[in-house]
Design a protein. Structure first.
Ligand SMILES: NC(=O)c1ccc[n+]([C@@H]2O[C@H](COP(=O)([O-])OP(=O)(O)OC[C@H]3O[C@@H](n4cnc5c(N)ncnc54)[C@H](O)[C@@H]3O)[C@@H](O)[C@H]2O)c1
Length: 396
């Protein structure tokens, strides 16, 4: 199916940046929010993003032509003409239900309805319509106009045609569009969750903030995990960590320090104080936050084992989870590393890391950590099979 005009429901952080990704490729967009003020605020976001492109060399007339592709809306009157609608309203199931019921009523019967949800089940969202075969997850990353990845997630009833159209559309936006089977947090955020938690466990067990962040950056990450936690907010981090724990169980148990940080309002950049301290005006980082050291004193009193900090330790849970993901056939093996690199800006993906460390060495370290730290290091059966088969890598 050819996609012409696209609707975006929700003109917030994601809706506005998805709109910029679309108009940058020439797609006309109807941008809908609840009232004039919300739509104006979304259009303001788009203007600011276009202005910054003009400052970096985009000709003014091209920016104006792009902006003219956006039709602001506070109702669904323009929606019968659309081929695809991308929903980007808040992450609440009742809200999604109301929006999808309405979209189902007012959109053309051929239109595809996509959700940008980060965590809600696509199958459940699809069930709010009479066209579950034409509902699909299109999970963009923030900011959507810059990030190269879109995860395309079929629900149980989504047709092959719908998935193909969503992937082709993602590619036309210049994205790496990867098919991901439905599972909690999907692919990239599921693996990210294991790594973010491990950084906090390492901190609780005595490694320093700088040691962890520096090691992660030297090895593969564009920004250290604790600096990243401060950027995204400890409150968001805790909600995601609790969700993963509820869905996957013990190996995703949130480290206590995260709860303490939220209790103390040490949320990161938005409160000027997280793992690091930030200048309230410039938002520049000024150094580690001494209050975190106080919080850690209690927690450090309960050592969990004797393993020293190492960068491998930081990434092993993500590597192990990658083998669980492959075992569950959540994505094609060749898509896994490119998706993680595009979604998180890693220099190399977890399967390349595993090959670099050595699969048998990974398994040895994971088994040893399993003995001292328990469930979060239970070795993935597929990793064991690769080692038994003497394979050096998953992707040759
Ligand atoms: N923020 C991120 O980093 C990120 C990344 C990937 C996915 N997501 C997902 O994208 C979705 C949107 O997140 P966000 O951060 O942009 O939220 P946001 O709060 O910034 O924006 C949501 C917008 O939806 C509008 N809205 C609410 N009900 C509406 C309705 N009935 N019709 C039209 N508009 C309506 C709100 O007024 C608001 O402007 C969520 O499902 C979230 O999980 C967010």
């Amino acid at each position: 199916m050819q996609i012409g005009k696209v609707g975006i429901v929700g003109a917030g952080t994601m809706g506005a940046s998805i709109a910029v990704a679309l108009i940058g490729r020439g797609y006309p967009v109807v941008l809908k929010d609840v009232d004039e003020q919300a739509v104006r605020s979304g259009m303001g976001r788009i203007d600011r993003l276009l202005d910054s492109r003009v400052k970096r060399g985009l000709p003014v007339d091209e920016a104006e032509a792009m902006r003219a592709l956006v039709q602001p809306a506070t109702d669904y009157s323009a929606f019968p003409d659309l081929d695809l609608v991308i929903e980007a309203v808040g992450e609440k199931v009742d809200l999604k239900k109301a929006v999808f019921e309405q979209l189902d009523d007012c959109c053309n019967i051929h239109a595809i309805l996509a959700t940008n949800t980060s965590s809600l089940p696509v199958t459940q969202i699809a069930s709010f319509t009479r066209r579950p075969d034409q509902v699909v997850g299109m999970h963009f990353f923030n900011p959507a106009h810059l990030m190269k990845l879109v995860e395309v997630i079929p629900g149980l009833e989504t047709s092959a045609d719908t998935v193909r159209t969503a992937i082709e559309f993602g590619q036309k936006l210049g994205k790496f569009a990867v098919r991901v089977e439905e599972c909690a947090s999907f692919l990239v955020n599921r693996l990210l969750g294991r790594y973010m938690n491990e950084a906090l466990w390492c901190l609780q067990e005595g490694a320093s903030l700088e040691e962890i962040d520096q090691a992660a950056c030297d090895f593969a990450a564009p920004v250290g995990p604790l600096a990243l936690r401060d950027m995204n907010g400890a409150d968001i981090g805790l909600a995601v960590a609790r969700f993963n724990y509820q869905e996957y169980g013990e190996r995703f148990r949130p480290p206590e320090i995260l709860e303490r940080m939220v209790e103390q309002n040490l949320l990161g950049q938005k409160t000027g104080s997280g793992f690091y301290l930030y200048n309230s005006e410039t938002k520049k980082r000024s150094g580690p936050n001494p209050r975190v050291e106080d919080l850690l004193k209690d927690l450090k009193a309960k050592p969990e084992g004797d393993a020293q900090f190492s960068v491998e330790r930081l990434f092993l849970p993500m590597i192990n989870e990658s083998f669980l993901v492959l075992q569950e056939k959540v994505c094609a093996a060749e898509d896994l590393d490119p998706a993680l690199m595009a979604g998180l800006g890693l220099k190399k993906g977890p399967l390349a890391m595993a090959a670099e460390i050595g699969l048998s060495q990974c398994l040895k370290e994971i088994e040893s950590l399993f003995r001292t730290k328990g469930e979060r290091f239970r070795p993935a059966p597929l990793l064991k099979r690769y080692v038994w088969a003497n394979r050096m890598a998953v992707i040759a």
